[in-house]
Design a protein around this ligand. Structure first.
Ligand code: 0L1
Ligand code: MG
Length: 255
């Protein structure tokens, strides 16, 4: 376990990388972090954002596809936090100079409609969401060339950098919706089934993570359930994510 002092130093290093748009080397190059250390660095990093006046708006899951879990050699999802500084309106412009090397992922979002007490064993997480929507997540690893270990990426708030959410609709079970992501850099097609077989499973995985990591979910917050395809580079121009039965969401990259 690393000391509280080192936890703060590593959080500051990642925060400086994000605010200065200058990447940093893997923490694992010179420190041995376990997963608890990594979540402690993530919490310290979030505290720096909150101290600047940002507000938590939700959570995101990563490593929700079998391919990504296998690539990282893990069997757990990872969880990161979203803030209002990351939120982009549907159809809104996003200044690319805010990022180091941004990529975009097509996702499904859920809206939390009542506070979730992770300590309560009777919590019914599906009853705590009232809407779902197409979403795009912007990921921007603070590590050089997007090269990181499992603990690195957790410490770096799971690469969270931005998100936009399309029109909300009532939650409807459909594990296998077609997904299309179009950017100026290309196109990716896939299915929401890539998200743990069914995005609703991401809610259960999230509740489990909230229990283990003491994360509270509050009414009005959003959940990004995970990527339905591999990420594409975020470039200037329109990026659109379309999810069958849910509609679409667009952001416009600009310089
Ligand atoms: O699925 C994700 O949101 C990505 C998690 C972090 C891994 C990455 O940056 O590729
Ligand atoms: Mg994602």
């Amino acid at each position: 376990m690393i000391t509280a002092e080192l936890t703060g130093i590593l959080a500051q290093r990642l925060d400086t990388a994000q605010t200065s748009r200058e990447d940093t080397q893997s923490l694992a190059d010179d420190h041995e972090l376990d997963i608890d250390d990594a979540y402690a660095v993530q919490a310290a990093l979030l505290a720096l954002r909150l101290a600047r006046g940002e507000r938590i708006t939700g959570v995101k899951l990563g490593f929700t596809s079998k391919a990504k879990m296998a690539q990282m050699g893990v069997s757990d999802v990872i969880v990161g936090r979203l803030t209002d500084a990351m939120r982009i309106a549907d159809g809104g412009e996003v200044d690319l100079s805010r990022f180091i090397h941004p990529k975009v992922e097509p996702e499904v979002a859920y809206r939390i409609c009542r506070d979730v007490d992770p300590a309560d064993p009777a919590t019914d997480i599906e009853a705590c969401v009232d809407a779902m929507a197409p979403a795009v997540e912007i990921i921007d690893s603070r590590y050089r060339d997007f090269r990181f270990t499992y603990t690195d990426v957790v410490a770096d708030n799971t690469s969270a950098a931005g998100y936009a959410i399309g029109p909300w609709r009532p939650v409807e079970s459909a594990p296998n919706r077609a997904v299309r992501l179009r950017t100026g850099a290309g196109e990716a097609v896939g299915s929401t089934a890539a998200i743990l077989g069914d995005p609703v499973r991401a809610l259960h995985a999230l509740l489990d993570m909230c229990r283990r990591r003491g994360i509270a979910l509050v009414a009005g917050q959003v959940v990004l359930a995970g990527a339905a395809t591999a990420a594409l580079p975020l470039v200037a121009g329109a990026t659109e994510c379309e999810v069958a039965g849910l509609g679409s969401v667009t952001v416009k990259g600009c310089r």
